[in-house]
Every structure is written in structure tokens, then in C-alpha cells.
Design a protein around this ligand. Structure first.
Ligand code: ADP
Length: 515
């Protein structure tokens, strides 16, 4: 019979030969009976199954361990070695208890008695100790091992290392708690602007419940005249950029427009692909109302102060002319100082009035053609008279006629120049350059002063921002000069640039197209 067997599987033939030898204890070249053949076939199936099982156990990512009813380890796969650090040689034959933290021993005993009654325990989360004494989080699936008679002779354990998963779950629980308890609306949406999550504060601020908004378009919150903001925001995010503290208006469920500050960022998956958008909306209605009150107050005060101050300046100038004529040196000196102080106050009030106009979007530009170098020279001369302690050095390469608002640009240059003087020591030089390149005229104001750190350079042009350093704080100011400079240049389609080194000095520059 073995002679006639097909040789397609040598392994199988070898197996049959072995079985036959075992059964007969004689030569393999034998004829066997049909009962024996059935037994041979059954043994073959059993052996194949056991080989398959061994392969599965060997390649599993989970630790697969068996132990007897006294807790002695009987088998230990590769994953068990990887997870716990013990090799099979080290642990087979010894007690499993060295893997169990002391405080988990009772829990283990309790599971053990349940298994002994034939129960199976699935996905039980607990902790274990590795060879190097690390505590790891694991999920256990424990079943009894039975003989064919049904008697329980041991226990099999599948152990999954869920340490990373537990860390992620903890982090996610913390994040969920933060999102739920924050005062800001936190909303996520996909690239079609469809809302995918909505926290408690979103409900409080906008009036819609989570159920009402999930699956809806975010456009529902955007007032009709601001709908174009959404595609602009989305295209920015698609380029991987964030939108920070974007102040705008949004609509509540009850049709009320509220002031919000939005911070919007792309949501990335583990591979760094953009999978959505997260949005934090802060209700700044109260802050805006407060700002409005402050602006109104500043506008009224500035306006009220401006008229008497203009009169005082004129009287001082008249009296100064008289004292010069009468060679009254003492009075002349006093009046020059008075004039300097009134000029400072006039500049301050001019800034405040400009600020309140800007805030109410009432700042309009009165365009005219004029020579930019000439305007700069006028400002330089004016500031030179007022700042005798500094050396002002002005150079211009070519005349450049620009089409711009002369008064507003005068305010820009005055602010840059007075800052250069304010923030640099007496006796140092402030350079003002007007250079023409291609179609642009560039004004540069450089000083040898205290300089500005990189972190402050980013925030310098914010309203009311002042550098929080002693040598900056000792100088009087309100932090609106550079804000006005930036906003006025923005209205002209231009931009202010700054380069600075702390302790060495600063260079501010802007360019305008010229004819
Ligand atoms: P301020 O009225 O405080 O001068 P600005 O808006 O003009 O307000 O300037 C904002 C801040 O920028 C200042 O408080 C100062 O700290 C800093 N700053 C502006 N210009 C200079 C400069 N040329 N050198 C150093 N620091 C400067």
C-alpha cells in the first residue's frame, strides 16, 4: 500500500511511514487494516492541526501562555517573550505569579476560581510586571484547558499589551474633558465646511445644540455679508497655514450677530495628512463693547483737547517770535521748551484721533501727488528742531513723486522718527534714507538704540503693544504709533518692515510706488 502511494508530498509519506512503524513496531513495508488507516488519517489531521496552531501561536502579536492549575507556566510564545522580556527557557516550569503585581494578586485569584468552574473571562483589563520591572497595561482573555473527558487541567491566557492604547485613551479623556469644560466654542469640520463636532460652549455661544449642528454647514453661523470668509479660510488651511485670532462676526441661532475671535488650524492624522479643520471661537462681544467705549472716550477727549491746544501753540509761537525780536534769551528758552511740549501733545492727540478713526473704519485716504523725499525732509527738519540731543542724518538719492495721502504719510514718518529718537541714547545718530529702486521709493529709518527682540518684533504692530523691558517702559508712550504706521501703510497697499538687534539698533522701512 505504501508502495503504491503517490509521492506528491514527501513529508506526508514520511509521516505515514513513521505512524506505520509506531503501530506495528515492524518494517514499514506492510499491509495495514482499515481501522488502522482511519487512525493514521486522524493522526495526520491532528498533527497538521497542531502544526498550524503552533505556527499561529508562534506568529501571534499577543502573548499566548498556558499554565497548569498550580500556576506553573507550560507554554510561552514569542510574543510573550517580547512583551514580558522572559525567554521560554527562563519561565516555563516556574510560577506565573512573578508577572502579577502584588496588588493584583487577589484579582488574579478571583479570576482563577472562575476559570476553574469552567467560565471564560474575555478582555479583562489589568496590569502586569515585565522582567525589567516595568508595569504594563494588558487585556487578558483567559479560558480553561480541558481534557477530552471535559476535566479542566490547565488555563490558557491571551495577553495583549495595551499600554500605548491606555496612554492614548487617557490623553483623549483629558482632551475630551478640556474640550467639554472650556469657555471657548471648539468646533471641528471637514473641508466641505460640514460640522463634525460641537462642544458645550459652542452650544452656549451660538444657541444650537450638538444634534442640531453635526452634519450641518458652518455657513449657517456666518452672516450673509461675510460668507466669502469661509472659502478664504479653507484655502489657507489647505496650504497648511493656521488662522490666528481672526476677529470677525458670527450669527447665533436667534439671528444675533456676535463678535468672535477665531483660531483655526488643520487637523492632521498620524501620517501628517490634513483630515479636517478645528476651530476655536471666543466670544469677544464684551471686549469689543469695552473697546468701543474706550475708543469713544479717547475720541471725545482728543477732540476736546485739540482745539485749546492748537490755540496754546499759536500763542506760544507768537510770544516766541516776540522774545526773539526783543532778545529776551530767558523767555525765548522757556517758550522753546513750552513749544516742544505742546508739539509732543499735538502729536499724541493726532495719534489718538487717527486711532479712533481707524477703529470705526472712518479713516479714508485723501490721495494727491507729492514728492516723498520732500515730505520726509520736512518731517526730519521738524523733528531735528525738537530733538537737539540726537544727530539726524538725511540722505535722498532721487526725487520720487508718489500718489498717496500726504498727512497720513507724514504721521508715518513722524512716528518712525520719533521712536528712533525715543528708543536710542542721546548723542547717537538716526539715519533717514530715501532710495529709489525699480518702481519703488523706499524710506528707511535706522537708529543705534536699544533694539527689539525677535519675539517682540512679531507683536510690535499690534494696537497698544509695548515692549515689556525696563529700557522700553521708562519711555512714555501708549503703544499706538506703530499700529497706526502699519495700518496706514496697509491702506496704501504697502507694508512696514523691521530689522533689529537687541542692544545694537533698529531699522524700519517701507516702500511706495513712485512716478
Ligand atoms: P510707543 O508709544 O510705546 O512708542 P509704538 O507703537 O510707537 O508705541 O511702539 C511700540 C513699541 O515698540 C514701543 O513701546 C517700543 O517698545 C518699541 N519700539 C518702537 N520703535 C522702536 C525703536 N526704534 N527701537 C526700539 N524699540 C522700539
Amino acid at each position: 500500500m505504501f508502495d503504491t502511494m503517490s509521492t506528491e508530498s514527501e513529508q506526508s509519506a514520511h509521516f505515514d511511514k513513521k505512524i506505520s512503524e509506531e503501530l506495528s513496531g515492524e518494517s514499514p513495508i506492510q499491509v495495514v487494516g482499515s481501522d488502522q488507516l482511519q487512525l493514521i488519517a486522524a493522526l495526520r489531521v491532528a498533527e497538521e492541526r497542531s502544526a498550524l496552531l503552533a505556527a499561529l501561536v508562534g506568529s501571534s502579536d499577543d502573548a499566548i501562555i498556558s499554565k497548569d492549575l498550580d500556576g506553573i507556566v507550560l507554554t510561552w510564545n514569542h510574543a510573550a517573550e517580547r512583551i514580558f522580556g522572559y525567554t521560554a527557557e527562563e519561565i516555563v516550569g516556574s510560577s506565573i505569579s512573578k508577572l502579577i503585581p502584588v496588588e493584583k494578586q487577589n484579582e488574579e485569584n478571583e479570576i482563577f476560581s472562575r476559570i476553574k468552574t469552567g467560565e471564560r473571562v474575555a478582555h479583562y483589563q489589568t496590569q502586569r510586571i515585565t522582567k525589567d520591572q516595568r508595569i504594563i497595561d494588558v487585556s487578558l482573555t483567559i479560558s480553561p484547558i480541558r481534557e477530552t473527558s471535559g476535566r479542566i487541567t490547565g488555563i490558557s491566557k491571551i495577553v495583549r499589551d495595551i499600554t500605548q492604547q491606555v496612554i492614548i485613551e487617557k490623553k483623549s479623556a483629558i482632551l475630551t474633558a478640556i474640550v467639554a469644560s472650556t469657555d471657548d466654542a471648539i468646533i471641528s469640520k471637514d473641508f466641505n465646511s460640514i460640522i463634525t463636532s460641537w462642544n458645550n460652549s459652542a452650544e452656549r455661544i451660538f444657541g444650537y445644540s450638538e444634534n442640531e449642528m453635526i452634519g450641518e454647514s458652518i455657513l449657517k453661523l456666518i452672516p450673509p455679508d461675510r460668507q466669502k470668509e469661509e472659502p478664504e479660510i479653507i484655502s489657507k488651511l489647505k496650504r497648511g497655514e493656521r488662522v490666528d485670532h481672526f476677529e470677525t462676526k458670527r450669527l447665533t441661532k436667534f439671528g444675533k450677530q456676535i463678535d468672535v475671535s477665531l483660531t483655526i488650524s488643520p487637523v492632521l492624522d498620524a501620517n501628517g495628512h490634513i483630515i479636517g479643520v478645528s476651530k476655536i471661537a471666543r466670544d469677544i462681544t464684551d471686549k469689543k463693547r469695552e473697546e468701543q467705549r474706550k475708543n469713544d472716550f479717547i475720541a471725545i477727549i482728543s477732540h476736546e483737547l485739540n482745539t485749546p491746544l492748537t490755540a496754546v501753540r499759536s500763542y506760544v509761537q507768537l510770544a516766541l517770535a516776540r522774545s526773539v525780536e526783543g532778545h529776551d534769551i530767558f523767555t525765548e528758552n522757556m517758550l522753546r521748551r513750552a513749544e516742544k511740549q505742546t508739539s509732543k501733545m499735538t502729536a499724541m492727540i493726532r495719534d489718538f484721533l487717527s486711532l479712533s478713526r481707524l477703529e470705526e473704519s472712518r479713516m479714508t485716504l485723501n490721495y494727491s501727488n507729492f514728492s516723498l523725499p520732500q515730505l520726509v525732509e520736512e518731517v526730519v527738519n521738524e523733528v531735528t528742531v525738537m530733538s537737539p540731543a540726537h544727530v539726524l542724518n538725511y540722505k535722498c538719492s532721487l526725487d520720487a513723486i508718489v500718489n498717496a495721502d500726504r498727512d497720513k504719510l507724514s504721521l508715518v514718518v513722524t512716528n518712525l522718527l520719533s521712536n528712533a529718537i525715543k528708543y536710542s541714547p542721546e548723542g547717537t545718530t538716526v539715519q533717514v534714507r530715501c532710495e529709489t529702486t525699480n518702481e519703488l521709493a523706499t524710506i528707511t529709518v535706522s537708529d543705534m538704540g536699544v533694539g527689539i527682540s525677535k519675539a517682540d518684533q512679531v507683536r510690535l504692530f499690534e494696537r497698544f503693544y509695548r515692549v515689556d523691558e525696563d529700557h522700553h517702559q521708562n519711555v512714555s508712550g501708549f503703544g499706538i504709533g506703530l499700529y497706526l504706521v502699519a495700518e496706514i501703510l496697509k491702506l496704501h497697499g504697502s507694508k512696514i518692515h523691521v530689522q533689529s538687534d537687541v542692544g545694537k539698533g533698529s531699522i524700519f522701512s517701507f516702500s511706495l510706488p513712485y512716478k
